[in-house]
Design a protein. Structure first.
Length: 120
């Protein structure tokens, strides 16, 4: 992937913290945007440039906006809030979030099919 595409993904899927946001909400938003960023990078690496790829990235960008709004409006779930309390100030999101069983199966299938290294 060329540098321009990587920079575009980073620009579209980065969370910039604000002083007026609680630590719990900031932590939850960092976790969310990290996941959206990783998924966008996978789409960029797996798909050729086409209209469908562009639409997929735009849909991810929209989904990330609604997810962020949900966290900002209603606050994070308790387990993320608890994790944020234990994190040192300015700490990044956990390196690898827990995956559901279906996500683990899908990840294993993608690794076999595409030879992908997930989470790298």
């Amino acid at each position: 992937m060329d540098k321009a595409k990587r920079n575009d993904i980073h620009r579209r899927f980065v969370y910039l913290s604000s002083d007026d946001v609680s630590r719990e909400r900031s932590f939850a938003c960092s976790v969310l945007m990290g996941s959206f960023h990783e998924l966008a990078m996978m789409v960029e690496e797996c798909a050729r440039d086409c209209r469908e790829k562009s639409l997929a990235l735009t849909a991810l960008e929209e989904a990330s906006m609604w997810a962020m709004k949900a966290v900002m409006f209603d606050g994070p779930r308790e387990r993320l809030a608890d994790a944020a309390q234990g994190a040192p100030a300015g700490a990044a999101a956990p390196a690898e979030p827990e995956l559901s069983e279906s996500a683990r199966v899908m990840e294993a299938g993608m690794r076999r099919t595409f030879g992908l290294k997930m989470g790298a």
